[in-house]
Design a protein around this ligand. Structure first.
Ligand code: C2E
Ligand code: MG
Ligand code: MG
Length: 254
């Protein structure tokens, strides 16, 4: 009971702090490059949120995204993240860089809100950038919801020219039917599978099967969490389009 009280108190404080953090814009972004498996060229970058607390401490998403999702604060955080990601794209564009998609993680709750497409349109318009600069990463849970509202949202996002990637692919699906129901651009293969690509066994078999599936469906496939040269070499033997991981770069400031 005491443990439960402490937990409830922790959650209450966290909620208050998160609401304040939104108002004070305490969220920062890091960007992790995705590179082409064949030639190392930049394929895109994933935007990853960090919370800079007033005491200077940097809080990782694993510590607060679950709570922001639970309380709905994720909608405000997510809107802010989209806005900042588009502003950075604008700076890169102004600096003369060729366009590359910046992948923003979108939580299930955020994706299913009614004004989600408008939030995206606003973020693009206020930074005055083309939609080719933006990509959304959703988890399979989001993609599995093939209700009319969700399919319509996917289609509207697509018609804006914003690509959609399935994040952490290969960890939780019960059905693959959604792959043909929603317009996708990328499959990101989960790190837990990629980390075992060097060992013969089920994870390697599953990873290779996902890569050929992606190839047949004309999706771009990205191996997530590549940490060693041996993993990268094993990935290069497959048709996997790109890689992302500490081997190439940690998430960096803009
Ligand atoms: P994710 O979208 O799957 O992001 C990849 C995570 O793996 C990142 O952790 C990244 O730093 C980490 N990573 C990248 N390469 C490697 C590697 O080689 N080895 C290892 N061990 N890890 C690697 P991070 O930044 O802590 O983010 C964790 C999760 O938090 C993300 O997983 C995503 O689900 C969520 N998240 C991050 N930013 C946002 C956001 O803006 N909105 C929402 N809704 N969720 C976010
Ligand atoms: Mg992601
Ligand atoms: Mg992932």
């Amino acid at each position: 009971n005491e443990v439960m009280d402490a937990r409830a108190r922790h959650e209450r404080i966290l909620e208050t702090d998160l609401r304040l953090a939104v108002v004070r814009e305490e969220f920062e972004l890091r960007f992790q490059p995705q590179i082409d498996s064949r030639n190392g060229a930049l394929l895109g970058a994933e935007a990853l949120v960090r919370w800079r607390r007033p005491d200077g401490r940097l809080v990782m998403p694993s510590e607060f995204v679950w709570h922001a999702e639970k309380t709905g604060i994720i909608n405000d955080i997510g809107e802010h993240v989209l806005k900042v990601a588009c502003q950075e794209a604008r700076r890169w564009r102004d600096a003369g860089m060729q366009p590359f998609p910046i992948a923003v993680n979108v939580s299930p709750r955020q994706f299913s809100t009614n004004n989600f497409v408008r939030v995206i349109e606003n973020a693009l318009a206020s930074a005055a950038i083309d939609s080719e600069w933006l990509e959304l990463e959703v988890t399979e849970n989001v993609a599995l919801d093939t209700s009319a509202h969700m399919i319509e949202t996917f289609e509207r996002v697509k018609s804006l020219g914003v690509g959609i990637a399935i994040d952490d692919f290969g960890t939780g699906f019960a059905s693959l039917a959604y792959l043909r129901k929603i317009p996708l651009r990328k499959l990101k293969i989960d790190r837990s599978l990629v980390s075992n690509i060097t060992k013969p066994g089920p994870d390697k078999a599953i990873t290779e099967a996902i890569i050929s599936l992606g190839e047949s469906l004309k999706f771009i496939s990205i191996a997530e969490g590549v940490e060693t040269d041996r993993q990268a070499d094993a990935i290069r033997l497959t048709a996997c389009s790109g890689m992302q991981g500490f081997l190439f770069s940690h998430p960096l400031s803009a």
